[in-house]
Design a protein around this ligand. Structure first.
Ligand SMILES: Cc1ncc(C[n+]2csc(CCOP(=O)(O)OP(=O)(O)O)c2C)c(N)n1
Ligand SMILES: [Mg+2]
Length: 177
């Protein structure tokens, strides 16, 4: 059953300490901001499809950090090659969560190709055993984690202050004040 995305992000943040969390563009950015803005959040803002690649780069560069990526189903479908690169490089510190709305929710809810797909949707690419459990046990080599989470968005959240903070976050990432 689909969870409310904002609630899912609130729960996720409660499980984290100082891990960087990188959000997909659009509603993922807003919901992450509202769920709990923190300096370790990075909002990819308009860069559709890039969040898994940004997360992969950070996970490789900083192997001591657990890097959490909040992707979108539509965005991941635009950059499926990124999954092949992640599968090939296998950074064990990468946690890739696909917030699967079955739609391009941010732009008005047009259906994506995960809509009506078998359970698993975008997450059907996860390396699973026949019994449905993920293949991360003691015998397996360390591997990145990929989870598909069915979510639905709530109403648009008033974003006056969120926009300001998001722009500040982008400026500081680019080396500005
Ligand atoms: C290259 C590119 N194409 C289109 C857009 C417009 N756009 C912004 S958000 C979005 C939908 C993203 O869908 P998804 O990743 O499923 O996230 P959701 O909105 O469902 O959370 C689109 C098409 C864009 N920003 N960049
Ligand atoms: Mg979506």
């Amino acid at each position: 059953m689909a969870m409310n995305r904002l609630e899912a992000f609130r729960r996720l943040l409660r499980l984290l300490d100082r891990e960087p969390v990188i959000a997909n563009l659009g509603k993922n950015c807003y919901d992450l901001f509202v769920a709990g803005h923190r300096p370790e959040n990075l909002y990819t803002w308009g860069a559709m499809g890039s969040v898994s690649s940004v997360g992969l780069g950070l996970a490789l560069a900083r192997p001591e950090l657990r890097v959490v990526v909040l992707d979108g189903d539509g965005s991941l479908l635009m950059n499926l090659g990124s999954l092949a690169t992640i599968a090939s490089l296998r950074p064990p510190n990468l946690v890739h969560i696909v917030c699967d709305t079955g739609t391009y929710e941010t732009t008005g809810g047009q259906a994506t190709h995960t809509a009506g797909a078998e359970p698993g949707g975008a997450g059907a690419v996860v390396d699973r055993r026949k019994d449905g459990r993920d293949r991360h046990d003691r015998q397996s080599p360390p591997a990145p984690h990929l989870r598909q989470v069915p979510v639905h968005g709530g109403d648009w959240i008033p974003v006056g202050s969120a926009r300001a903070v998001l722009f500040r976050a982008v400026r500081s990432l680019r080396g500005g004040a």
